[in-house]
Design a binder for this molecule. Sequence first.
Ligand SMILES: [Mg+2]
Length: 406
Amino acid sequence: MDLKSTKGSPVLADRAPINKSRLGIHSSLLPCSQSGQSFSTAVPSIPRKKPGKLDDVCSNGWLDAMKSSSPPRKKVLKDFNFADLVPDDGETAYESWKIRYPSALNSFRTISTRARNRKIVVFLDYDGTLSPIVDDPDRAFISDDMRSAVRSVAEHFPTAIISGRSRDMVFRLVGLTELYYAGSHGMDIIFPGRDIVSRNNVNCVKSTDEEGKEINLFQPAREFLPMIDEVFAKLVETCKDIKGAKVENHKFCASVHYRNVDQENWHIIAQYVHDILKDYPRLRLTHGRKVLEIRPVINWDKGKAVEFLLESLEHGIAGFSNCDDVLPIYIGDDRTDEDAFKVLKKRNCGYGILVSAVTKESNAFFSLKDTSEVQDFLESLVKMAQGDATKNGASRKSSEYDTKKN
Ligand SMILES: [Mg+2]
């Protein structure tokens, strides 16, 4: 598989002077390196202070965003009498919502028709898409059946995972070498084999994997690595006394999970993060599902990663400008996936599929209710591909027979 050169080099929105040491190849660029979950004790001390006025986090909408970032999961009712089942307002609203975002399963015929004579490329988010959302992000495991479905999809179509997690972590969780991986919201992309990107793009470096095979890493935010490590350490120190808070280093971004934090203390987390970020104008905050994410201010997101991959895979199988030849399908559940949905929508190319059991505004085209439906959809793609293969095989045999006959 080859890559072609990319034009899409991200532009720093706020290019501050870069320390020379930051221009060198950071050890964490090496494939399968650790994502830096631990940190040096030499980190500058952080003045611990009580969260001040809440004006900052209230007025800038952080608290509202935190409260709405993930709806409460439905409670399982014990001794439920199905005879009493009547649609509640939520279910009625959801059914109405699906008129705007039809089920990708129910619309599969539409998708398969559109896929005729086009190359499908599959992009998958991880958390909430391939694995259920769980209280402990370290235990968000993909099921064997889902892994098998993803493996089968990758046998037929180029398939990439684009996750907010570090690339190493998502690879450890998925464990399939057949896929492309983009970690840190697309800021850390690994490519196999020979290519020409690294010769032309300052953000792409060559390396080797554990087996000594040549690979390419596209890392548009690599100069931010020391800064992210520094902020991660400060977040760990600052949030260590907040019960339930979990700070993670995803290499090119850091996150603070508050899913297990008492809601009364959310404002404290918000204020601490806000206070730390004030010293880092080149970092920004985004809201995920019960998680605050700190990311570099660069013009790069999951949407840009989708464009990059489509332009790069297999000599640019997509030639993204030519939607007559390619049908990208992006499945995701999070706000950060909206950047990818937007790209597909804007270019009227392929389908964004939102995974959601509740109503929400989205730039996706279709919807799926949960990870179980995602698995059904992936298996449908495989059956479609197998059917096509059978048909093509049959027509090939038929033409061979006709040739022999003549
Ligand atoms: Mg997700």
